[in-house]
Design a protein around this ligand. Structure first.
Ligand code: HEC
Ligand code: HEC
Length: 360
């Protein structure tokens, strides 16, 4: 599944990225960590029991980069410029950042994305945070690498509507790009593949910063409120959220039907014969969740309170594909509030991102 991409790494500084050294063991473990859902944690919510959860949530110290597209500062810089450049689109007015807007934690704050010709897309724009660790991309997991993914939205008629050959030609005519491609790839020739590699490198640098919850993980008991700590116990206990929202990114990178109503079959479209994958979508990260409403693949839940209510009811709609963990939880009003408080503690205040001056 991880296609041997774990060799190269870059140490995860908060604002500065240095070329990496050493192993990525923590990052690797991050992918495989599955939070336990001990009933004891839910009943007691005691410091000792909660404390034992800390290891599962520790942040990795390095970002993994694939061998065939290692990190370099000039490539990440070029990727950042391309990400913000609307000339990547057919109309020259939609950039990746139009939909993956840093001001909305790299989403767009809309129930569903709006693309070329004001066309409303079928699904909500997911965040591009913490994707360096994601084995499969898109809500339905149809793409396997950020490199392969990047060319998709550019050429998709409904999104940016720019054929790749046209893109190569147009960018080739912008003199200011030549030195940037020279620095990143040792040649001035602009190809779709290089554009994708640079964008993917930039995307891997987008990592959510330390949230109050991370300070709790590091031992500061009071970094999150008592309500949030009770929420954490529930999350790992009776509410069974951590069965799917596991590890420091709060995702198992798996696909589940959690009872969101609608006709989109999600991963089921790719795997029509697999009952459990019908109406199944990728478990979203819960990092920086407070900045990313509305929620779910179709933006159908406006607030975190509503999301908790969906789980409390055991899904809005019960189909044969509904995940077994999703069932009526009978949470009290206080317990629902605790779960929300816990999720709010997963949001970091990220350093402002610099919007690059675009080459002419
Ligand atoms: C018109 C809005 C829009 C634009 C422009 C756009 N995206 Fe997206 N992006 C989306 C939507 C919507 C999805 C989810 C689609 C799906 O899962 O079917 C998505 C998904 C993604 C994902 C997968 C995230 C995940 O969690 O799996 C990545 C990565 C991504 N986009 C990067 C980019 C890049 C790079 C560009 C520019 C080349 C770009 N996007 C341009 C709306 C947009
Ligand atoms: C069976 C796996 C599973 C369980 C259990 C689970 N989730 Fe989810 N969660 C998902 C999936 C999959 C989605 C996306 C579903 C969709 O869009 O159709 C999701 C979406 C969410 C979202 C919206 C995130 C976003 O960016 O849109 C939140 C918040 C959330 N879950 C919180 C929780 C909480 C709190 C619990 C426990 C009460 C929980 N989840 C239990 C798999 C799960």
């Amino acid at each position: 599944m991880n296609k041997g991409i774990r060799k190269q790494s870059v140490v995860l500084g908060l604002t500065v990225l240095g070329v990496g050294v050493g192993a990525v063991s923590a990052a690797e473990r991050g992918d495989r960590m599955v939070a336990s859902s001990s009933g004891a944690a839910a009943r007691e919510g005691g410091t000792a029991v909660l404390g034992s959860l800390r290891e599962q949530y520790r942040r990795p110290s390095a970002i993994p980069y694939p061998d065939d597209n290692p990190y370099s500062e000039s490539k990440a810089r070029l990727g950042q410029i391309l990400f913000f450049d609307p000339r990547l689109s057919g109309s020259n007015w939609i950039s990746c950042a139009t939909c993956h807007n840093p001001g909305f934690a790299w989403g767009d704050g809309l129930p569903r994305g709006i693309g070329h010709g004001m066309n409303t897309l079928g699904r909500r724009t997911p965040t591009t945070l913490n994707l360096g660790w994601a084995p499969l991309l898109f809500w339905d997991g149809r793409e396997e690498s950020l490199e392969a993914q990047a060319l998709g939205p550019m050429s998709a008629a409904a999104e940016m509507n720019q054929p790749i050959a046209e893109l190569e030609k147009e960018l080739g005519q912008i003199a200011g790009y030549k030195p940037l491609f020279q620095a990143a790839f040792g040649e001035t020739t602009i190809t779709g593949v290089r554009v994708a590699k640079a964008i993917a490198t930039f995307e891997r640098t987008l990592v959510s910063h330390e949230a109050p919850f991370d300070r709790w993980v590091n031992g500061d008991e009071d970094a999150i409120s008592a309500s949030a700590r009770r929420g954490l116990a529930l999350f790992n206990g009776r509410a069974m959220c951590s069965k799917c929202h596991s590890g420091w990114r709060f995702t198992d990178d798996g696909f589940h039907d959690v009872g969101v109503a609608g006709t989109d079959r999600g991963r089921g479209k790719l795997l029509p014969g697999l009952d459990s994958m019908q109406f199944a979508f990728k478990t979203p990260t819960l990092r920086n969740i407070a900045a990313r409403a509305p929620y779910m693949h179709d933006g159908s839940e406006a607030t975190l309170e509503q999301v908790v209510e969906l789980y409390n009811r055991g899904g809005r709609i019960r189909r044969p594909s509904l995940a077994t963990e999703v069932h009526p939880l009978k949470l009290t009003a206080g317990e629902k509030a605790d779960l929300v408080q816990f999720m709010l503690a997963l949001t970091s205040v990220d350093a402002p991102i610099d919007v690059p001056t675009l080459p002419r």
